[in-house]
Design a protein around this ligand. Structure first.
Ligand code: NI
Length: 254
């Protein structure tokens, strides 16, 4: 089966009407979707979706854009939701200096707390890093002991050199629609990352792959991303599908 390691079907863009989207991705051969929380509300919604659809799982967390909203109450909520069936991890958490929607010190605090929670609960963590290359890498290097349950660099978009550092740190990497964009030049990075550390994601509703770039994304487009990975790795699509499924189950411990 194909897998979507990082999605947001809880997003308001879907208006809560996702039966059709679910049917579509099932038909496309996608057998598991992980909805990642990005604030309190979306985390709660991700849990609800996992209760409604057997092939949906979730992670709970607060995106760096929303770090200003992270309080002790949020930390408690994350821990409570993490105890639910079908919780596969913490996140997405990290740094985002593109929009700077939350000040750096609060992004740091929210990220640190979530890393601690992941470590404490023995769960992997999904990490978001945008325009924060050095900050994220240094931050994680200094906190290696909190990463023992695994971490996923989602929508990985860094250089080959940085990819090598993350491989060394033990990261898993998920790739989305961006690798299909013209001029994306992701072949080098995909070559540097060992195949057994690679997952596929949509990050839907964002980042639709070509030829759907610019439209609302959905998990049925995962095979397009897997095909790109298969081509770079020099295997056929079925083999890539199987390898990525195995990686997904190993990382999220399903
Ligand atoms: Ni995301």
């Amino acid at each position: 089966m194909f897998v979507d390691a990082h999605a947001h079907l809880s997003d308001a863009k879907y208006g809560g009407e996702i039966d059709e989207i679910v049917n579509k991705y099932r038909k496309a051969g996608v057998g598991a979707v992980v909805n990642s929380g990005y604030d309190e509300e979306s985390s709660v919604k991700a849990v609800e979706l996992s209760e409604k659809y057997e092939d949906m799982y979730f992670t709970v967390g607060v995106h760096p854009d929303e770090a200003s909203s992270f309080t002790d109450k949020t930390e408690k909520l994350i821990k409570t939701l993490a105890g639910k069936k079908k919780c596969l991890g913490i996140g997405e958490a990290g740094f985002d200096f593109h929009w700077n929607k939350s000040p750096e010190d609060l992004q740091e605090k929210a990220f640190e707390k979530q890393l601690e929670t992941a470590s404490e609960l023995n769960l992997p963590i999904v990490i978001h890093s945008r325009e924060a290359t050095k900050k994220t890498l240094d931050f994680l290097k200094e906190r290696k002991e909190l990463l023992k349950s695994g971490f996923l660099m989602h929508c990985f978009g860094e250089s080959e050199e940085i990819a090598r550092e993350y491989v060394e740190l033990g990261a898993y990497f998920s790739f989305g629609g961006v690798i299909t964009f013209k001029n994306a030049k992701k072949e080098g990075v995909l070559s540097v990352v060992p195949f057994d550390r690679i997952l596929t994601e949509t990050d839907c509703p964002y980042l639709s792959p070509e030829p759907y770039r610019g439209s609302v994304n959905e998990p049925s487009r995962i095979p397009i991303i897997a095909k790109k990975i298969a081509d770079v790795k020099g295997v056929d699509l079925k083999e890539a599908e199987n390898i990525i499924e195995t990686n997904f189950k190993r990382f999220y411990r399903i």
